[in-house]
Design a protein around this ligand. Structure first.
Ligand code: SAH
Ligand code: SF4
Length: 382
């Protein structure tokens, strides 16, 4: 049997890890900064293009290292400027990344897992079940790919991406180490230099990991609330049975006070017709959140096939918003963007246009993932 060296993927290494890497191969630590700038600021994956690195070191790096992002399966641009990438990760699954331009702001919505184990009843990603955790390189790789596609070189001068939200596919706190490493790179000046206020992690409420997060990083936090009481939340967000509302809100408050500066928690609330969109729910929500500095983001349900849910009418949405407004909350309604390319937030059904067949037919990523499972099984048995 021949043994081949597995190359170290430098894309997902934080500055500290990169310095350790150069230490380990007997090189000076300052090489870390040089190489990181090439990778993240200039989108370079070819060591030969790193012209301030000596030829000898470049040759050495080519043998032992690589800069490898996830494979781009498709890139679509909506008429409203929204962009969506489908990328294939090492497990063979596909995940989605969405870019939403809004005035001077450009928000990139990044995935953390292929599928999700938490099975929220209205979420298309949850319906796929869990497939795999993304590596740190696959998480930051989505930012790297998006940034390159804007041709903004260097990334920190001409910023197309001003904000990143971990609101794509998956529960970021269940892929903790890789997501934290990638978020460090988003904020690092040698990475993407995005302010900590503009990097947001969204969670459905994995309480112990919210507490853990505070020990590692100080990004902004969004909580997927979706219901104002435990009985309803147990149905919509099953992890609530393990970590009920009181416990959850306390952990969010601990996190917010760990930040050492005044910042408010974002509350996400997907509005589902006749389920959680009544005035009485808004009233209950006012009571629940009265002592928590927060802003509320209402997300009208984005439908997908066989979901069993509907989006409330515009009147019902406005009524709900008004109720919260009148109680003094800052409430926004998330507008649906990129509908023509299936990029609406929370609607990451994971559909991939099957370009090879040149038809309008879409294949659900779920099917692709099932295929790759089959392929994997086949490979294992061969
Ligand atoms: N797993 C994390 C982050 C990803 S989901 C979380 O749950 O917070 C990003 C947001 O979209 C969450 O608030 C999620 O509940 C919401 N969402 C999921 N499916 C949706 C749908 N079909 N319509 C509207 N919002 C949805
Ligand atoms: Fe997972 Fe978030 Fe979807 Fe719930 S809403 S199933 S936590 S991705």
């Amino acid at each position: 049997m021949t043994t081949s060296t597995v190359k170290t993927n430098l894309l997902g290494l934080t500055q500290q890890e990169m310095e350790k890497f150069f230490d380990s191969i007997g090189e000076k630590r300052f090489r870390a900064g040089q190489v990181m700038k090439w990778i993240h600021h200039f989108g370079v994956d070819d060591f030969d293009a790193m012209t301030n690195v000596s030829k000898a070191l470049r040759d050495k790096l080519k043998v032992i290292a690589e800069v490898r992002g996830p494979e781009v399966v498709s890139e679509d641009i909506s008429t409203d400027g929204t962009r969506k990438w489908v990328v294939r990760v090492a497990s063979g699954s596909c995940v989605e990344t969405v870019y939403i331009p809004q005035g001077k702001r450009g928000t990139l919505c990044v995935s953390s897992q292929a599928g999700c184990a938490l099975d929220c009843s209205f979420c298309s990603t949850g319906k796929q079940g869990f497939n795999s955790n993304l590596t740190a390189a696959e998480v930051i790789g989505q930012v790297w790919i998006a940034n390159k596609s804007f041709g903004s070189v260097p990334a920190t001068v001409d910023r197309a991406i001003t904000n990143v939200v971990m609101m794509g596919m998956g529960e970021p706190l269940l892929n903790f180490d890789n997501v934290v490493a990638a978020m460090h790179l988003m904020m690092d000046d040698l990475g993407y230099g995005i302010s900590k206020r503009r990097v947001t992690l969204s969670t459905s409420g994995v309480v112990p990991m919210i507490d853990e997060l505070a020990k590692h990083i100080d990004v902004s936090l969004a909580l997927s609330l979706h219901a104002p009481n435990d009985a309803l939340r147990n149905q919509l967000v099953p992890i609530n049975k393990k970590y009920p509302l009181k416990m959850l809100l306390e952990s969010c408050q601990r996190y917010m006070s760990s930040l050492g500066e005044k910042r408010v928690l974002t509350i996400e609330y997907t509005l589902l017709k006749d389920i959680n969109d009544k005035v009485e729910h808004a009233v209950e929500m006012v009571e629940l959140l009265k002592n928590i500095p927060c802003k509320i983001n209402l997300i009208p349900f984005n439908p997908f096939p066989h979901s069993g849910y509907e989006r409330p009418s515009n009147n019902a949405i406005r009524r709900f918003q008004d109720q919260l407004h009148q109680a003094g909350f800052n409430v926004t309604v998330r507008t649906t963007r990129g509908e023509d390319i299936d990029a609406a937030c929370g609607q990451l059904v994971g559909q991939v246009l099957d370009r090879t067949r040149r038809s309008e037919r879409y294949i659900a990523v779920r099917e692709l993932n099932a295929d790759s499972d089959l392929a994997q099984n086949a490979a294992n048995t061969n």
